[in-house]
Design a protein around this ligand. Sequence first.
Ligand SMILES: *[C@@H]1O[C@H](CO)[C@@H](O)[C@H](O)[C@H]1NC(C)=O
Ligand SMILES: *[C@@H]1O[C@H](CO)[C@@H](O)[C@H](O)[C@H]1NC(C)=O
Ligand SMILES: *[C@@H]1O[C@H](CO)[C@@H](O)[C@H](O)[C@H]1NC(C)=O
Ligand SMILES: *[C@@H]1O[C@H](CO)[C@@H](O)[C@H](O)[C@H]1NC(C)=O
Length: 641
Amino acid sequence: MLSALSTFLPPLLLLLLWTPLTPTAHGHQPDEQFHEELVVRPLAGDHVNTYFQFTTRWHYGDRNNLFHTQLTPRVIAEILQTYDVKELHISLTQGLWRYESWGYPIVDATGGAELWAWFSASNLTNDAVNKQWMQLANVFSGVLCSSLNFVDNTNSIAPRHIFRPQFMHHAGENGKQFVRYATLPREIVCTENLTPWKKLLPCGSASGLATLLNSGFVHNTKYHSLGVKVRTLCDHDDDNNCIVELTQTANLVYDLKLLEQSNTDFSLRRLFGMGLNGYCELATSSRIYAQRSEQGERFQLVPPPAFNVSSIRGGHRVSYGVYDIQQQFEAAAPDATRLFNIAWIGEKSAGGGRRLAVSALNLPPLYAHRYLLGNGQKRGRIATEIRNTHYEDLPVVLLELVPWYVHAYLHTLRIRNKAQQRREYATDVNDELPFKLLHYAPGKQRELPTHLEIGFVLPAKSSAMITIEVDYLLLKWLEYPPDANHGHYIGAAVISTQLPMGRNYSALPPEAHLFKDSFNASRPSYTLTLRTEALIVSLPTPDFSMPYNVICLACTVVALAFGPIHSVATKLMIVERQTTMPRNLLRKLIHKLKSRWGSKKEEATSVQETATDEKQQQQHEEKEAEQQESVICNEQKQANM
Ligand SMILES: *[C@@H]1O[C@H](CO)[C@@H](O)[C@H](O)[C@H]1NC(C)=O
Ligand SMILES: *[C@@H]1O[C@H](CO)[C@@H](O)[C@H](O)[C@H]1NC(C)=O
Ligand SMILES: *[C@@H]1O[C@H](CO)[C@@H](O)[C@H](O)[C@H]1NC(C)=O
Ligand SMILES: *[C@@H]1O[C@H](CO)[C@@H](O)[C@H](O)[C@H]1NC(C)=O
């Protein structure tokens, strides 16, 4: 297994050899440097990728010097002091990077929030790391105003194979490395994240390239991703010779059609709403790179760049026009107040060929998609499809983090393979690809997510379909989010491979810290990391309107019952005596008079005026009336019920 691993991913040693650790080799170089870079790459289909990278690199030497920060934000220095964190990656992303038509991004990220960190120190234990990890997430939740505080043990895993450390640490006797990874696919990225992110920059948003990043335009894009990466590089045998490197990135993809342009020309002013007002005075370098090869060929740059650079990396040639903003503004007349703008003018001669369609030839070597199969709210199947369009076999490692409310069954895991020309995946067992590595940590309800990592070799010009069956859990009613029917997210799968060539590849080499370091950076292989789409599953959701229905129904019944019961309980039953009328006229008259004078007099007069037989008759009549009363009462009661 170990030998398989080492062929899969480059050993750390190689990384150490590359890392240039000559921070104070030149006496005149300041210990702390800040660089700002902007890369503009026209993409296929009227899209433009703009990538901002702000790098602060500080050779702080001894740990105690961390108390005296200059350009590096204080919070970064403080987390290095407080926690044993050596490397940290945070990304906040909205949108989906489309690998098929856009190629590979310079920094890859998944939708929502993603966070991973490496911890290392002597005598560090797993429990201590778990604690530090949550505290770290809490710190950055405050620093970036995002919901990273939701990161805890129920959604974090410790990936085994997919992430390689990019930091260097003094290898102590008990020095162990721990990694933690978590995603929050539901997180929404907005202005409230951009503003604190800009505050980490030495010049803030006051001057320099960061002034271009105003929220009205950034959040209008099809894809935007903010990133923070921190790593420490310490000398092998001297822990007091260290560098901290903070890289802040903003990766945006504009859709020119959405900018309401009649043609595909664009300019900095169109993209960002304003031109550039200058450079950050604290920056050592401040540059704009405009890609001139591939899709960039169809544009003419106005003003033309100061110089061109070309880079051949892994057999793939790219060229950029370079604007040095510091030179640009120093060369300009000192009283010039005009904002600096660059325009990309589409070549008119190109005509119809301007909108280059993405053909099969342009596909990047590896890309992936993910979707859910099955129907109903009880069980389903997660399918991840990875395509290799290259003519060589590629090693692939896939990481799945399945949240605890979805049960994955390892015995149903299958990798089916199909050649590119075939249309469907065969169900034949012979067509299944064997695992080269498999790590599975089962989830636990409300405690741990399922962690699955698999490695296999994807044959040339073929695709693989990885499926695993899952059950959806019925949650407790308080565990549903406010909009329960929105569904629950399953974070993106992370896919990593080693490309033998640099086609469509633009990531920085791991040891480099500036974009220009990727020029001519040919290597034996190129580590590529991709993220698939995140999924939304609709878990069985109770009918949350049911309580309201019940309340309404119950209230109606109570209201209906209340009236009659109240009237029965409170009304006095006074029943008028229904005497049968006396037969002859005289008696009728007497009776009328009697009822006029009232009951008291009635008794008195009746004693005087009526004879005993009449009395008897009256008694008889009274009895009859009483009987009638009781009948009426009964009838009334029945009616009331
Ligand atoms: C990938 O690189 C090839 C070779 O340069 C290029 O023709 C193609 O357009 C690129 N594809 C994408 C999606 O960028
Ligand atoms: C690490 O543990 C060893 C023994 O367990 C102890 O001697 C050493 O002092 C500890 N180191 C630190 C930095 O705590
Ligand atoms: C840069 O390259 C373009 C063609 O790609 C060319 O037109 C231009 O003159 C070059 N600029 C310089 C300064 O060499
Ligand atoms: C990269 O290498 C090519 C060919 O060797 C050279 O022409 C070019 O100037 C180099 N680019 C950089 C940025 O050094």
